[in-house]
Design a protein around this ligand. Structure first.
Ligand code: AMP
Length: 149
């Protein structure tokens, strides 16, 4: 049974919903785009977190940003993928949450993003919370409310 089962949404913390870092696919800031695209295609995700060498969160990178970089006048110049690094293309201006943040902070963020990264006060990556997880908690709450009426 889920930890969030039948709990009020206001009692749920980001930590309760988080996919922990060890289960999250990520790329490193110095990786070539070729490696990042490989991770994205193999995992099936449209974007993943980017971490530095000390596992601090620095941004996210997605398939669209990578493919845009290779877009030439008439074709995708795929050969460029090995010479451009992740830090040249990634999104740095991303929201992030802390494990102690309330459910509502997660709900607000996933309105505009399919997932949000979670980091500690020093910037070390803790995991992610996805729109799917947030919506499942809302659905569970609606069902529970209906049953108890
Ligand atoms: P979902 O809501 O499960 O479809 O996930 C939304 C997005 O969150 C995916 O497209 C990925 O960008 C990201 N995501 C979900 N799970 C993972 C994971 N285990 N590792 C890396 N990224 C993930």
């Amino acid at each position: 049974m889920s930890m969030t089962h039948s709990r009020a949404l206001t009692d749920i913390l980001i930590a309760d919903l988080m996919i922990p870092s060890e289960k999250v696919a990520h790329v490193q800031i110095n990786n070539p785009l070729e490696h990042a695209l490989l991770v994205l295609v193999k995992s099936g995700y449209s974007a993943v977190p980017v971490l530095d060498a000390s596992y601090k969160l620095v941004g996210t990178i997605g398939k669209t940003a990578i493919l845009n970089q290779t877009l030439g006048m008439e074709r995708f110049e795929i050969e460029k993928l090995s010479s451009i690094r992740v830090d040249e293309v990634m999104h740095r201006d991303i929201p992030s949450l802390a494990k102690e943040d309330p459910f509502l902070a997660g709900l607000k963020t996933v309105i505009n993003y399919p997932f949000v990264c979670v980091a500690d006060e020093s910037g070390y990556f803790d995991g992610i919370v996805t729109r799917r997880t947030i919506l499942k908690a809302v659905k569970r709450n609606i069902y529970t409310e209906n049953v108890s009426q």
